[in-house]
Design a binder for this molecule. Structure first.
Ligand code: ADP
Ligand code: ADP
Ligand code: MG
Length: 536
């Protein structure tokens, strides 16, 4: 056991205060010592249900069961449908599985890793989409997902964000009873995420929809109920009964599930509303001058100069294709501006948005080569443990998954000796738990070492928890962009959200930001007062 349990528990990784009934018999186990899944999400017509939890915890296994391709075995042997129906007698899952057995349930799925689509499909986007158009809604979907410009292009030529929207359109176009979207936010900006969320809500009017999503602001606005998934990745996973989305996310953040009487994390994830700090508190500043950058006769960026404070984290927000990455590349000295020069005279450590590993060196040798602190207790506590690096120390960089590579790249960036640390989209490929750990690592790093950090990200929860001030990018995607600020969080968020036309309130219990329903009383009031973002 983990030592914290009151009762004896069969697992090492989590703290169970009293073994809940749900954990006595698995829903499914892959072989005698294989991964075991406890519980199942319940598809409900007219509702969007979410799953909130890490990867490797049995989400795909659940969906295989719900789509009828895997018959659950309740722990041993080979499953059969008669036993399944008997097991769920008298519950909503009985009726659902009855329909599955009778061949009445068709499932449409959006896969998690859209990067793999070009390997499976060679051809034009229009060819892929036309095959899926069972509802005759393709033209509308192409329009709403802004795909007009790409339908004549080859799938192999699409960017991540374009592939994501094509995959969502393909899933939504099918005529199914049960829709499963395994993450909608990767590669999309917040405007696109909200747009997709609204589309999925419409699908759910007369169908059942299940969504896995690690952007909590989006999960919160999109779903009606959430199942929390916890356990030990690759060991076992538990899917709770559904909870209302507000309660579910709050319980998840606090790390304690009262109905299940289970602590899933030793401490809570906190949202602290940063009071604006007085300028006088800051010893020294890092200044940069105005500059501009143009790609041929294509996109152009204009940045006015500004100054950064020692020890602060500056958030950078804006839509895709507006020049955020171009801006940080110029600061980092990766590319040259056309006019002006940022003229930063301090040392910069930079993590690019797209990370590639080309040398087959082990994670530990790679990190040891960057910092003398590798292996010290400081490094273990502040970097390696929270970024879950120890378990992949022996792996080669070239063998890592997207999420593993991201965590190594963040560690590598923070391991350099520098004065300014720039991280471009650190949340990409990470689950909620990992995002919260990364947030904590960056915050503590900046505070303890009095170093400045700049973080580009689309995850509002992460930006809210990380940033003391904001840089807001505006313009027209792919055409021109300008960097405005740095502003205080309140001023910057108001400006950013006004461009998006959405307002946030704060949850009373956890202080986390929540998107207001469009046109609701709060939404209208806040827009009238110019209070798009509740900072207090
Ligand atoms: P998630 O979708 O939450 O990432 P999965 O349901 O894909 O998780 O997998 C959960 C665990 O079950 C993983 O550790 C995986 O290795 C294991 N697993 C998945 N499919 C099989 C299978 N067919 N046989 C044995 N183990 C499997
Ligand atoms: P963001 O990070 O805000 O998504 P980027 O700075 O990556 O935006 O890109 C801004 C615009 O510049 C996009 O339209 C992109 O296609 C274009 N762009 C980026 N890099 C290059 C390049 N090397 N050559 C030409 N165009 C580029
Ligand atoms: Mg970018």
């Amino acid at each position: 056991g983990c030592g914290i349990c009151i009762n004896k528990c069969p697992f090492d990784a989590i703290m169970i205060i009293g073994l809940p009934e749900a954990l006595q018999e698995p829903t499914h186990r892959y072989g005698p010592n294989g991964f075991a899944l406890f519980g199942l999400p319940v598809p409900r017509i007219g509702k969007v249900s979410g799953i909130l939890g890490p990867n490797g915890i049995g989400k795909s296994t659940s969906v295989q069961i719900l789509s009828g391709t895997l018959i659950p075995n309740f722990g041993q042997g080979k499953g059969d449908w008669d036993t399944v129906l008997e097991h769920y007698a008298g519950t909503a899952l009985h009726d659902y599985f009855k329909d599955v057995v009778d061949g009445k349930v068709k499932v449409s799925q959006k896969p998690q890793y859209v990067d793999l689509i070009p390997k499976a499909f060679k051809g034009k986007t229009s060819e892929l989409l036309e095959k899926t158009d069972e509802k005759g809604v393709l033209d509308e979907l192409i329009d709403r997902l802004d795909l007009k410009g790409v339908i004549e292009r080859k799938i192999s030529e699409l960017s991540g964000g374009e592939l994501q929207r094509v995959a969502i359109a393909a899933c939504a176009a099918r005529d199914a009873q049960f829709y499963f979207f395994d993450e909608i936010s990767p590669y999309l900006d917040i405007y696109q995420r909200i747009n997709v969320a609204r589309l999925i809500q419409e699908i759910s009017k007369d169908r059942a929809v299940l969504v896995v999503e690690h952007d909590l602001a989006i999960l919160d606005m999109l779903t009606d109920v959430v199942h929390i998934a916890y356990g030990e990745p690759a060991g076992f996973g538990v899917v709770t009964l559904p909870k209302s989305v507000r309660v579910g996310i709050n319980q998840y953040l606090k790390g304690y599930l009262p109905e299940e009487n289970i602590r899933i994390r030793p401490e809570s994830i906190r949202f602290e509303v940063h009071p604006p700090r007085e300028d006088a508190q800051f010893q020294s500043m890092i200044s940069f001058n105005s500059f501009s950058k143009q790609y041929g006769d294509g996109f152009s960026l204009k940045a006015t100069g500004g100054s950064l404070r020692e020890g602060e984290v500056l958030g950078i927000v804006g839509p895709n294709g507006i020049g955020k990455s171009t801006f940080v590349k110029v600061l980092a000295g990766e590319i040259k501006p056309d006019e002006g020069d940022p003229g930063i005279d301090v040392k910069i450590s930079y993590k690019p948005q797209y990370i590639k590993a080309d040398t087959p060196v082990s994670v530990q040798d790679f990190l040891r080569g960057i910092t003398k602190r590798f292996g010290t207790s400081y490094y273990e506590v502040e970097i390696a443990a929270p970024l879950q690096l120890e378990r992949i120390y022996e792996s080669l960089l070239t063998d890592l998954s997207g999420g593993e590579l991201q965590r190594v790249a963040i560690a590598a960036c923070l391991s350099q000796e520098a004065d300014l640390y720039i991280l471009d989209e650190p949340s990409a490929h990470l689950d909620v738990e990992q995002r919260s750990m990364v947030t904590k690592v960056i915050n503590r790093f900046a505070e303890n070492n009095q170093k400045t950090a700049m973080v580009v990200d689309h995850d509002i929860y992460m930006i809210d928890m990380l940033s003391q001030r904001l840089l807001v990018f505006e313009g027209e995607s792919s055409v021109y962009g300008e960097a405005n600020g740095p502003f205080s969080m309140e001023k910057g968020m108001n400006r950013f959200l006004k461009n998006l036309g959405i307002t946030f309130r704060r949850d009373e219990e956890t202080r986390r930001p929540r998107v207001n329903n469009l046109g609701s009383r709060l939404d209208r009031e806040q827009k009238e007062n110019g209070n798009y973002y509740y900072s207090a």
